[in-house]
Design a binder for this molecule. Structure first.
Ligand SMILES: [Zn+2]
Length: 269
């Protein structure tokens, strides 16, 4: 890889993944591998002490001429963004930054979760992820996927990242978030308040997805309760209450309709 300013990057390894092309999709929670070249073996010393890693990739199939784009895969109906304000793979230097969870180190291979890159993608660097890298409630462009399954997968992925286990309450939280997103819009908005009653796993997942803090600003409230789990979403002139009518398993998560699963009350002033 030779760049015209004279910078020379040598891949430290390559992605090994079931993803064969850019059109494929790796379901959340499925592992991929990073195979490090043998000459860099020593650079892996004690890497297993990290649960998470930043991986920098070279997206070799990208269009490097592109400066503005619409994230068409998510939603073709939104305005253009400059590529430096997005994670678009197409950009002058197609370096991708991905956060992965390290599962296991086997020789020169790292098995990781969350690596969404095609098989054979060159890896440029790996760095540890530190606690101080966290911004719990950042402001980000809201690019709402136009396709329902895509939206659900997006929220599921975020939920799993935050809550770290795919428990039934996480599934319930994702389905609730889908409804909240439909009625209330961007669930990370600073003026949207969220109150959860039910089990702690539901509250934790909803908090992680909505980025609602308990204070500064106070957007989040939680009451542990054995009653039917519910989340209540409020802004200046609207209230949305979503009450779960039954428990949820993997099957129900994909097949049950909102009407079967929830009682939804929406009032707008
Ligand atoms: Zn849980």
């Amino acid at each position: 890889m030779i760049i015209d300013t004279g910078i020379i990057l040598k891949p430290i390894g390559y992605v090994r993944s079931p993803l064969a092309s850019l059109d494929d999709y790796l379901p959340p929670g499925r592992p991929a591998w990073i195979d490090i070249r043998p000459e860099y073996h020593e650079a892996l010393e004690r890497i297993g002490e990290n649960s998470h890693l930043w991986v920098l990739l070279w997206f070799h199939k990208s269009d490097r001429r592109l400066l503005k784009t619409v994230p068409r895969r998510f939603n073709p109906d939104i305005p253009e963004y400059g590529v430096f304000g997005l994670r678009s793979p197409n950009r002058p230097n197609p370096i991708a930054l991905t956060l992965v969870r390290l599962e296991v180190v086997q020789g020169n291979s790292l098995r990781v979760i969350g690596l969404d890159a095609v098989d054979g993608t060159p890896v440029v660097d790996i760095k540890s992820y530190y606690d101080q890298d966290i911004v719990f409630s950042p402001q980000t462009p809201y690019i709402r996927a136009h396709d329902e399954a895509m939206r659900r997968n997006h929220f599921y992925k975020l939920a799993l990242n935050h809550h770290q286990e795919a428990c039934p309450e996480l599934l319930l939280a994702v389905r609730m978030i889908m409804i909240a997103d439909h009625y209330m819009g961007h669930i990370n908005r600073p003026d949207l308040l969220v109150s959860v009653q039910g089990p702690p796993c539901l509250a934790d997942t909803i908090q992680g997805l909505s980025r609602a803090r308990l204070a500064n600003p106070a957007r989040f409230a939680f009451t542990a309760s054995d009653r039917l789990p519910a989340s209540i979403w409020t802004d200046r002139d609207r209230v949305l209450k979503i009450t779960a009518l039954q428990d949820l398993d993997d099957d129900g998560y994909l097949t049950l309709s909102d009407d079967d699963l929830f009682d939804v009350e929406y009032t707008s002033a």
